[in-house]
Design a protein around this ligand. Structure first.
Ligand code: AR6
Length: 182
């Protein structure tokens, strides 16, 4: 755990779909219409209201799909969370834009949470599954972007939780949190 102003950054292991927070963040794809990994689990357990809201967002705001690094918010349907923030992580490559885009996912998701007066947000390890981002590279970017955002925007958020699916993911995030330059 680390405190930045009034907000705690917390690491846990488990299933993101069980998190009873104001918003969980979905590692989505451009289509916003579902997929595998954490995205599949969110739609499966949250029910059809999430997909219906995503279809509306596609029709009204993003007809060509949500760009990488951007975020949108919907209901969480039947999940214990109140909202789902959908963001699209980058597919891992050596392109120098990739770390910036992963940071943008975190910054834009947190900005959206603050804009909706949400206090507690839970993230998965975005891009580290199907999109192939190595955990040891993704963890410092995810935590660094989160810590910097909280330092710049104190007040609204009280907890940002990272729900890591397995022990290697937890270990990578714990090492990165301990090494954060603060
Ligand atoms: N709770 C917490 N973490 C989870 C869960 C869960 N229920 N399920 C998987 N993870 P991924 P990406 C972890 O593949 O790499 C989808 O098809 C998983 O172990 O879900 O951003 C989308 O539609 C990994 O550490 O997301 C996109 O097409 C992390 O969540 C694409 O995958 C992210 O893995 C996005 O790929």
């Amino acid at each position: 755990m680390m405190r930045i102003g009034d907000c705690a950054i917390v690491l846990t292991t488990g299933d993101l779909t069980a998190a009873a927070v104001d918003a969980i963040v979905n590692a989505a794809n451009h289509s916003l219409l579902g997929g595998g990994g954490v995205d599949g689990a969110i739609h499966r357990k949250g029910g059809p209201a999430i997909l219906a809201a995503c279809r509306r967002i596609r029709a009204e705001e993003w007809p060509d799909g949500l760009p990488t690094g951007r975020a949108v918010i919907t209901t969480a349907g039947n999940l214990p969370a109140r909202h789902v923030i959908h963001t699209v992580g980058p597919v891992y490559s050596r392109d120098p834009d990739v770390p910036r885009l992963l940071a943008a996912c975190h910054e834009n998701s947190l900005a959206l949470a603050r804009a909706h007066d949400l206090r507690t947000v839970a993230f998965p390890a975005i891009s580290t599954g199907v999109y192939g981002y190595p955990l040891a590279e993704a963890a410092p970017i995810a935590l660094g972007a989160t810590a910097a955002h909280l330092a710049r925007h104190p007040g609204t958020l009280s907890e940002v939780r990272f729900v890591l699916f397995d022990a290697p993911a937890y270990a990578a995030f714990a090492a990165a949190l301990a090494a954060l330059p603060l």
